[in-house]
Write a protein that binds this ligand. Structure first.
Ligand code: 5GP
Length: 190
C-alpha cells in the first residue's frame, strides 16, 4: 500500500497524539482515482465472500464504501445519523458515540434495505475505538443479515477498535495501519 502511505504522508496533518486530519484525501476532498483503487483493494480481499451489500455510516465512509460497492457490483447502504421523520418502527436504530465530534448520535438503517437474505461488508474510512463499526455490527445482527467482515482504509492500531472487533471473530482488513502519532509524525504499523 505504498501509494496510499505516500498520499497520507504528503497530505495528512497530525492534529494530536490521537487524531490525524485526512481532509485532503478522505474526509473533505476526495481523489476519485485513489478512492476507486481503495475500492478495488477491498473487493479483491473479500472476493471469496458472497457479499450482497456494502454498508457504511455517513458521511466520511461513503467514498470508500461506494468505490467498494462499485468494484463488487452490489448496492451501497449508508446509515443515516439521525432519525428521518416517518422511519421510526421501519428502521434499525443504534446509538453511537462520535470519535471526532465528541457527541452521541443515532444511526439509522431502513428495514427495507437490509434483511436475513443479505451478506454484508462494512467499509469505513478510519477506525479508532470501534464504536461506529460496532453500531453497524449491532444493526446487521438485528436485521438477521450475515456479516462478511469489516474493511477500513486506516487502522489506528494504538487504539483498541479493530482489535476488539477481531476478538469477536470478525474479519477486519485495513489498507494501512498507524502505530503512533506522537511527536507530530506518522509511524506505520507495518
Ligand atoms: P471510532 O468509532 O472507531 O472511534 O471512530 C470512527 C470514526 O471517527 C471514523 O468514521 C472517522 O471518520 C472518525 N475518526 C476516528 N479517528 C479519526 C482520526 O484520527 N481522524 C479523522 N479525520 N477521523 C477520525
Amino acid at each position: 500500500m505504498e501509494w496510499l502511505k505516500k498520499r497520507i504522508l504528503e497530505e495528512g496533518v497530525v492534529l494530536s497524539e490521537q487524531v490525524l486530519n485526512l481532509d485532503a484525501v478522505l474526509n473533505h476532498q476526495v481523489d476519485p482515482e485513489l478512492m476507486m483503487e481503495v475500492g478495488r483493494q477491498f473487493a479483491e480481499r473479500f472476493s471469496a465472500e458472497p457479499i450482497t451489500k456494502v454498508i457504511t455510516i455517513e458521511s466520511s465512509g461513503i467514498p470508500p464504501a461506494m468505490a467498494t460497492a462499485y468494484a463488487l457490483g452490489v448496492p451501497l447502504i449508508f446509515a443515516r445519523r439521525k432519525k428521518t421523520l416517518g422511519l421510526e418502527g421501519e428502521s434499525w436504530c443504534e446509538r453511537v458515540p462520535s470519535f471526532t465530534k465528541g457527541i452521541v448520535t443515532d444511526i439509522v438503517v431502513s428495514r427495507k434495505f437490509l434483511n436475513e437474505n443479505d451478506n454484508v461488508l462494512i467499509i469505513d474510512d478510519i477506525i479508532a475505538n470501534g464504536d461506529a463499526a460496532r453500531g453497524l455490527i449491532r444493526i446487521i445482527e438485528k436485521s438477521g443479515a450475515e456479516l462478511a467482515g469489516l474493511g477500513v482504509v486506516v487502522e489506528k492500531t494504538f487504539q483498541a477498535g479493530a482489535r476488539t472487533i477481531r476478538e469477536l471473530g470478525i474479519r477486519v482488513e485495513s489498507l494501512v495501519g498507524i502505530a503512533d502519532l506522537s511527536g507530530g509524525t506518522i509511524c506505520w504499523s507495518d
